[in-house]
Write a protein that binds this ligand. Structure first.
Ligand code: AMP
Length: 113
């Protein structure tokens, strides 16, 4: 946990979030500024600053993020969705606690902007 990390604050219950899933390792919640009709984030409770900071010991955790995220999307009624991890400010990362975006419910262009 990191004291000033906004996502650690959500994990600790200090900031509210629209939670979709929670267990001892992971938390999923709706993005506060949705970029699509379906837009939620899956985060590990372990504070990892971003994709480039993932280590071999995190591999199973990161894999679970993908499985749980896909199950939530399906439960929400979306078979087609995009999975995004941003790494670094130039790639659009604004919160430095690793998070997986899942977006769906509209046509999504490629390449992304
Ligand atoms: P990124 O730009 O990849 O770092 O994504 C960070 C995401 O976190 C953005 O889509 C924000 O809208 C979202 N976000 C920031 N603060 C909150 C919050 N308190 N609750 C839910 N989503 C948030």
């Amino acid at each position: 946990m990191a004291d000033n990390c906004i996502f650690c604050k959500i994990i600790r219950g200090e900031i509210p979030a629209a939670k979709l899933f929670e267990d001892d390792e992971l938390l999923a919640f709706r993005d506060i500024n949705p970029a699509a009709p379906l837009h939620f984030l899956v985060i590990p409770k372990k504070h990892i600053s971003g994709p480039a900071a993932v280590t071999t010991e995190d591999e199973q955790l990161i894999g679970r993020m993908l499985r749980i995220g896909g199950e939530i999307a399906k439960k929400e009624g979306f078979d087609d969705f995009r999975v995004v991890f941003n790494n670094g400010a130039k790639a659009g990362q604004t919160v430095f606690h690793i998070h997986m975006h899942i977006l769906g419910g509209r046509d999504l262009n490629w390449p992304p902007g």
